[in-house]
Design a protein around this ligand. Structure first.
Ligand code: PLP
Length: 397
């Protein structure tokens, strides 16, 4: 067995590298979650997450993965038979749809080719045609982690306002929050869904909902069965910094530290950093003569870059070569992209040299795995990072 030295490169698009500061912050005696010290922590992290979501509304923190927060968004606001409009952007939109199906929602799924953000023209058409306002929610994935394509929630909000559609707007920003600009209140989002293990730089284990007044009102009249996910009881307990059940105490210490790190850097600088790394990664891909999954610059994700393998080459074999030789994990292709793409995560706790190490690992891996490519991707990325070449960033959303 090869013994790897130095640090493992965890360059999947989440879970992301957890900073030492966050690990140390978690390394604390577990508190009495009904005691005064915990209440202080509870109130602190709720306020911190309101700043990250950019909302004055309640933020609910679940001891769950992102999937739990998806389910919470549905069971609080929607009932079996309710019509919802979703958009096929990739595997995560497809999984959310699958979950919605289990709750017997009536899903209108706008088709997509897994290489773009949501088809906004089609969303507008379907909303405009819904004169009786049968559609109760529009549900989109902000940063589609399976493709590296972004759907800009503010564009969807503009459409809904333009056609005067009263549906709730629900946004999965599991891999967007803390990496891509996000404005829960200013963009008129009704339910935001997020998770701890991406831009927030925590281990997996926390799920989040940020909820508008309109979503809260919908939850009050919604008769769907729910208990663990019910917003009302949690929001009531949260007023005193507690939860109706045992919260993930040590992950909340981590959350406090993760948000402190984001705020020390400044959220706008965090977003700019991700954009810059996205631009450099795409410059590398272009120089290798390969193609990104995302086609339009408007859709390119600042958090990850998904790369198509040349015909006849298996992306997972290539990933294995990279893992065995350089101890670096790259993201696998999911569902219809299995074996056809690999994903480079440049999200979360990350810097220029980590990006260069990552891209060097990819370039050496391409060589060792005999994947046809041109040399020079690493150089092209360096030119972006040093400002020698100026490349378009993604939409200044
Ligand atoms: N939504 C998106 C965009 C994701 O990337 C993920 C996970 O990677 C999820 C939802 C599901 O989250 P989890 O795996 O934490 O349940």
């Amino acid at each position: 067995m090869t013994v790897h030295t130095g640090r493992h490169f965890l360059q999947i698009p989440g879970p992301t590298n957890v900073p030492d500061r966050v690990l140390r912050a978690m390394d604390m005696p577990t508190l009495d979650h009904r005691g005064p010290e915990f209440a202080e922590l509870g109130l602190h992290v709720i306020a911190a997450m309101q700043r990250v979501f950019r909302t004055k509304q309640p933020v609910i923190i679940y001891p769950s993965s992102g999937t739990g927060a998806w389910e919470a968004a549905i069971v609080n606001t929607l009932s079996s038979g309710d019509k919802v409009l979703m958009a096929e952007t990739g595997q995560f939109a497809t999984l959310w749809r699958g979950l919605a199906e289990k709750f017997k929602l009536d899903i209108d799924f706008v088709p997509g080719d897994w290489r773009h953000g949501a088809d906004l023209a089609e969303i507008e058409k379907r909303l405009a045609a819904d004169k009786s306002h049968a559609i109760k929610a529009v549900m989109i994935v902000h940063n589609e982690t399976s493709t590296g394509c972004v759907t800009h929630p503010q564009d969807v909000r503009k459409i809904m306002d333009r056609v005067k559609h009263p549906a709730l707007l629900m946004v999965d920003t599991v891999s967007g929050l803390g990496s891509l600009e996000y404005e829960h209140d200013a963009w008129g989002i009704d339910v935001s869904v997020a998770g701890s293990q991406k831009g927030l730089m925590l281990p997996p284990g926390l799920g989040f909902n940020a909820v508008s007044d309109k979503a809260l009102a919908a939850s009050k009249t919604n008769s769907s069965f729910r208990s663990y996910w019910d917003w009302e009881e949690i929001i009531a307990a949260n007023k005193l910094g507690s939860w109706p059940y045992t919260p993930a105490t040590n992950l909340l210490y981590a959350l406090k530290e993760g948000v402190a790190m984001l705020e020390e850097e400044g959220l706008d600088n965090v977003f700019a950093r991700h954009k810059r790394h996205g631009a450099a990664a795409r410059a590398a891909v272009k120089a290798w003569g390969l193609e990104t999954v995302s086609i339009e610059s408007h859709d390119h994700s600042p958090a990850l870059t998904a790369v198509l393998m040349p015909e006849g080459h298996d992306a997972d074999k290539f990933r294995k070569v990279v893992l065995e030789n350089f101890d670096m994990s790259l993201g696998t292709g999911l569902n219809k992209w299995k074996g056809k793409i690999f994903r480079i995560g440049h999200i979360g706790h990350f810097n220029d040299l980590m990006l260069m190490g990552t891209l060097a690992g990819v370039e050496m891996g391409l060589e060792l795995a005999k994947v046809p490519h041109r040399a020079g991707g690493v150089m092209a990325a360096m030119d972006v990072l040093t400002g020698k070449s100026v490349v378009p960033m993604t939409k200044a959303a």
